[in-house]
Write a protein that binds this ligand. Structure first.
Ligand SMILES: Cc1cc2nc3c(=O)[nH]c(=O)nc-3n(C[C@H](O)[C@H](O)[C@H](O)COP(=O)(O)OP(=O)(O)OC[C@H]3O[C@@H](n4cnc5c(N)ncnc54)[C@H](O)[C@@H]3O)c2cc1C
Length: 368
């Protein structure tokens, strides 16, 4: 089949590899002008490890793993440690592989078949599915026709909006926003991964290799903003943390002001009763984002891509049967991840001063 994949994140890249390996003619388009590689290290867990092995990528992924078991230190306004959270309380099993997003993206990108057509700075403009194929007009003005379109364009998927309707019908906001920004070299010096809280807010530093990231998280009801307007996102973050100049807050906010690759998003889930319509199918966050709090986005991207490719191979010429098999096998992973995404927020971003004090007292009493 001639297959268009929209979005070159983990899900889009993995799908392009798996479908390319089964002999399909794959075109991959990415709205950004380059691979989007920023963000904090992500986990590969559970059956996704086996998928990585079957893709022939497990050794390359393991070679690039980073140790993220460094303790989280909850600090006060002066930087004094109030309580500690061991790394094992935030990851599942010793088998989990943490890898920087940039490394996983590069491993996947390098594994693309040379026959894959990749276009950066390109996206779908319109699509029309007439039952026998999908006519696509790209934002560049180019037109083409495909047998199958795969939406791998993340939590705010355009493919999903064009095919299934507005995002608000499927997005469940969990009440938090998150931002990540790279700090200047040397900013990560010191012990642990420090976090300062005040009610409803978290600001901290997380380190891996020579990189230090500023992490910001706050509780808020739904905020309407343009996902493509980075300055608007910057303003939301700066407003949420305005009026605080204790500890290393000014330094982290300064990085937010300057970072051309600032990552900002609502902590949300996507819940769709079905991930396919006609000749369009969704993978990764576009289909079933469980939110960064679940820590399973990359694992779900790998299993979803693999199961979709397997299902298409098992049911040649029968998209309906293939999609049914893909959804039946992938949905339990997605639902389990979505079910586990909730409680972490209360631990790392307590809503009230009372909850904050209780958490610190509990951890301190546990000798942490
Ligand atoms: C920059 C960035 C940083 C992230 N950082 C973290 C993190 O620190 N921790 C965490 O848990 N999760 C993070 N995530 C989310 C995480 O990558 C995903 O949950 C997981 O890897 C599943 O990936 P995905 O490919 O489904 O979605 P994504 O990783 O979101 O990838 C979607 C891709 O589609 C592209 N795209 C979007 N719209 C269009 C369009 N209209 N046309 C073409 N392409 C489009 C995007 O630019 C992106 O490259 C981040 C995502 C991004 C994009």
């Amino acid at each position: 089949m001639r297959i268009l994949i929209c979005g070159a994140g983990m899900a889009g890249l993995a799908t392009a590899i798996d479908l390319g390996a089964t002999g399909h003619d794959v075109t991959l388009v990415e709205r950004a002008g380059h691979l989007r590689v920023n963000g904090s290290p992500i986990d590969i867990r559970g059956d996704a490890i086996d998928v990585a092995r079957r893709m022939g990528l497990l050794d390359r992924i393991r070679d690039r793993r980073v140790d993220m078991t460094e303790r989280v230190h909850f600090v006060d306004a002066d930087g004094t440690v109030l309580a500690e959270l061991p790394g094992d309380e935030v990851s599942d099993t010793p088998d989990d592989i943490e890898i920087p997003r940039e490394d996983l993206a590069r491993v996947l990108y390098e594994a693309l078949s040379p026959a894959t057509t990749v276009a950066f700075g390109e996206s779908i403009g319109e699509l029309h599915d007439d039952g026998d194929g999908v006519d696509v007009t790209f934002v560049s003005g180019r037109r083409d026709r495909f047998d199958l379109v795969v939406g791998a364009d993340g939590v705010h998927s355009l493919t999903r909006r064009l095919t299934f309707g507005p995002e608000r019908d499927y997005l469940r906001h969990l009440g938090f926003y998150v931002a990540l920004t790279e700090l200047p070299a040397g900013a990560g010096a010191g012990r642990g991964n420090p976090i300062l809280n005040w009610p409803g807010h978290l600001i901290g530093i997380t380190r891996y290799r020579d990189t230090a990231l500023g992490v910001l998280n706050f509780r808020s009801g739904w905020i309407d903003y343009d996902y493509h307007d980075l300055d608007a996102q910057r303003r939301i973050v700066l407003d949420a943390f305005a009026g605080h100049d204790e500890w290393r807050v000014p330094e982290i906010l300064d990085a937010v002001r300057r970072d051309p690759e600032l990552y900002f998003d609502s902590v949300s889930q996507i819940r769709l009763p079905s991930w396919h319509r006609g000749r369009v199918v969704l993978v990764g966050d576009a289909a079933h984002c469980a939110s960064p709090m679940a820590g399973r986005g990359a694992s779900l991207a790998l299993t979803g891509a693999w199961l979709l490719a397997e299902a298409l191979r098992a049911h040649p010429g029968d998209l309906g049967a293939a999609f049914h098999e893909y959804e039946t096998r992938q949905r339990p992973y997605a639902e389990r991840a979505q079910a586990t995404a909730g409680p972490g927020g209360d631990l790392i971003v307590p809503a009230t001063q009372e909850a904050l004090d209780l958490r610190n007292a509990r951890l301190a009493a546990a000798g942490r």
